[in-house]
Ligand binder design. Sequence first.
Ligand SMILES: Cc1cc2nc3c(=O)[nH]c(=O)nc-3n(C[C@H](O)[C@H](O)[C@H](O)COP(=O)(O)O)c2cc1C
Length: 248
Amino acid sequence: MNCTCWSPCPCSTIRLILQAFTGARLSTQVFHACIVSVCPSTLLSEQIASACEVRAAGAGSGGPRSLRVPDKEYAQMTSLDAFEAIRTVLAVRQFRNDPIPDEVVRQVVESAHLTASASNAQPWHFLVVQNAETLKQLGQLATTGPYIAQAPLAIVVVIDRTPLSVSDGSRAIQSMILTAWSHGVASNWVGFVGHIDAVKPILGIPDEKDVLGIVPLGYAVRQVGAGKKKRKPLGEVVSRERFGQPYH
Ligand SMILES: Cc1cc2nc3c(=O)[nH]c(=O)nc-3n(C[C@H](O)[C@H](O)[C@H](O)COP(=O)(O)O)c2cc1C
């Protein structure tokens, strides 16, 4: 198994499972299918698909030969479904220096833009900050998120002062966190309305708007423990038919 198609993957999960596969006598195709199926980053699947196609095309065996599995199966292997993203995403506070690809950033902001809001009011504005000096200043001003300074990017979520804007903006933040995570990009929510007003002047945010939170994003320094969450027992927070009646 000499294939190195996996090597550009930003996902640390891959490093771990490679150990498990070392020495296993698998075909390259099966090996790819195995690693793609556990990797939360779609970047990996794209890299593998294009690397395989390029190699196959250059093999001189009667023209290009795609090693891609059929589309439906491929999509099932590579996409992180909604529940899986929710199950595994965690608050991350240490980021690698690596930049986030533009197309991923674009999809993250697009997910906020597309989020539903009460009466479709869209009482929000999403400010993408990539300037290292500004990120440093945000880290100094956001007392509960000094690690923003180390992130390659942060999105400041600005909302109107309307009764439902906190709900709407919170939903948009969740959209961004999950979209980012589906690409293997970790994040967190920093601050809340009234806690981070100090950032307004440096970003030119009008006085009459509020900052709901700042979402720093980046590839996690350490592997994010898949699905290990500290939560109250499900039976304590879920009932059936009447409040307090056991769910199970
Ligand atoms: C509304 C809200 C505000 C938060 N504010 C901060 C914050 O200011 N700083 C921080 O480091 N984490 C913040 N967090 C992250 C939570 O502390 C974290 O999600 C929670 O402890 C659960 O951890 P987990 O996401 O890793 O399961 C916030 C989360 C939410 C939903």
